[in-house]
Design a protein around this ligand. Structure first.
Ligand code: F6R
Length: 250
């Protein structure tokens, strides 16, 4: 993994945004894997800014990592609605090219659609405070595929802030599997804030384990992790990551 530590989440998001925007510039029909949540919002702002400045997103195809199960796409907290509101409605993207998992019966079709698109070129990831990526909670098989999953109590309580009451938070979700994510050509994982420090430490410096699904990225040949100082706080080799970032091999 390449680890890039920035002073702030804002700075990290600008770097990640430049990476995604450049990739779209080089390949206008890029296939992007996307995440929801608080973390990628600043990255999405960078994409919107570039699009408003003339970058063409009209042929870009997207596949979201996950969606709650048990609420409709029109529900204010559905991930489809999140993506439409925060990103798709602000880009010149064709909504027909955007995909969000849609019911347990369609998991195999979702995987087939990713394959038919030629695979995911860049997968954007956040990390859960329990180490999840997508909704692959601890104990998810590192070979898992898109499927219906049960959320942990930790994730339900982390996500309760978006719902009026805790009992409205869905207990189930559809999620790309860890195996699906690992097939992406490139992964960029953004992790911000002190509440992610422990999961980040496990993912980057812990042994690979289904107890921290993000640690499976250690097996991925091209993953860049963008951190702010708070999320990097527990890393043992922090100074090395900074040194390596400043001394890239040619
Ligand atoms: C959401 C997703 C999740 C989030 C993670 C962090 O599509 O894939 O894995 O990335 O739960 O969420 P935030 O960014 O809200 O801290």
């Amino acid at each position: 993994m390449e680890v890039i530590i920035s002073k702030t989440a804002e700075e990290a998001s600008q770097l990640a945004g430049a990476l995604v925007n450049n990739a779209v510039r080089n390949n206008p029909s890029l296939v992007l894997g996307l995440a929801t949540g608080s973390t990628p919002l600043s990255l999405y702002k960078e994409m919107v800014k570039a699009c408003r400045a003339g970058l063409d997103y009209s042929r870009v195809r997207t596949f979201n990592l996950d969606e709650y199960y048990g609420i409709s796409p029109e529900h204010p907290q559905s991930y489809r609605k999140f993506m439409n509101d925060h990103l798709f409605s602000k880009l010149n993207i064709d909504l027909k090219n955007t995909h969000v998992p849609d019911g347990p019966a369609h998991c195999a079709t979702y995987e087939a659609a990713i394959k038919a698109a030629g695979g995911i070129d860049i997968q954007v990831l956040g990390i859960g405070s329990d180490g999840h990526i997508g909704f692959n909670e601890p104990t998810s098989s590192l070979a898992s595929r898109t499927r219906l999953v049960t959320l942990t109590q930790q994730t339900v309580s982390d996500n309760a802030r978006f719902f009026a009451t805790a009992d409205q938070v869905p207990r189930y979700a559809l999620s790309m599997g860890v195996g699906t994510i690992l097939e992406s050509k490139k992964c960029i994982m953004l992790c911000f804030g002190a509440n992610k420090a422990k999961a980040v430490k496990g993912a980057i410096e812990g042994g690979m384990s289904q107890f921290n699904p993000a640690s499976a990225l250690q097996m991925h040949p091209d993953t860049v992790v963008f951190l702010d100082e708070a999320a990097a706080a527990d890393l043992q080799l922090k100074d090395y990551y900074r040194w390596a970032a400043a001394n890239q091999p040619l």
